[in-house]
Design a protein around this ligand. Sequence first.
Ligand code: ATP
Ligand SMILES: Nc1nc2c(ncn2[C@@H]2O[C@H](COP(=O)(O)O)[C@@H](O)[C@H]2O)c(=O)[nH]1
Length: 219
Amino acid sequence: MTMGGHGTDGVERRGLMFVLSSPSGAGKTTLSRLLMDRMPGLRMSVSATTRSMRPGEVDGRDYLFVDKPRFDAMVKGDELLEWATVFDNSYGTPRAPVEAALSAGQDVLFDIDWQGTQQLREKARADVVSVFILPPSAGDLEKRLHSRAQDSDEVIRKRMSRASHEMSHWAEYDYIVINHNVDDAFAEVQSILKAERLKRERRTGLVSFVRGLQGQLQG
Ligand SMILES: Nc1ncnc2c1ncn2[C@@H]1O[C@H](COP(=O)(O)OP(=O)(O)OP(=O)(O)O)[C@@H](O)[C@H]1O
Ligand SMILES: Nc1nc2c(ncn2[C@@H]2O[C@H](COP(=O)(O)O)[C@@H](O)[C@H]2O)c(=O)[nH]1
């Protein structure tokens, strides 16, 4: 993938892929929305899915809602960077918008499961920063799924029964955040992104920046 752009300090830097995963209901969407509101230079990757739209969701903003034949055609046409089956539906990341954002020097935010994270890591390990969000307790997780009031009891039962399996992948992630309350969890996720943006390896413009400084000191 071609990547490059400028950080807020003007030094050229490679874009990064910032991944949030968690069991369903632990708070990825909530934290993603806050990141998008408050962190400049970040683009949300909008996934394609075959699941049906929830009340309040908007096609093209929350997901690209597609039918199974269209999803299969996207897989066949290599249009997806990664894809997986989650809760009996297909989900995948359209490749083109991600590559365009990274090329423009933007970071890309992903709300995807552990299967997708593994695929991204296989493709571009150095550019993937992954965060696993844990709920404070199973009781809180269930309460959050109910409080969202968008899924039937049957769907919630399914998501709760998958939670332990989802969580078994926590150790594959770079960072772990426990979402006790939204403000603290957001502050932690934001700190991770800010620190990762400053990593020396990503800041491709540092060599010439330091040479310039040395030139000024010598001249
Ligand atoms: N720290 C928190 N305390 C209380 N409620 C929270 C907290 N974080 C998120 N919630 C609420 O929990 C519900 C589920 O959160 P959210 O939709 O962000 O989860 P998610 O991980 O994105 O789930 P999914 O994987 O199913 O999309 C929402 O109603 C949200 O407002
Ligand atoms: N591997 C991928 N997983 C994805 C993608 N988009 C969303 N997801 C994950 O699916 C579940 C369920 O999401 P929901 O919106 O139906 O509650 C959740 O864990 C998401 O992170 C994707 O493109 N690829």
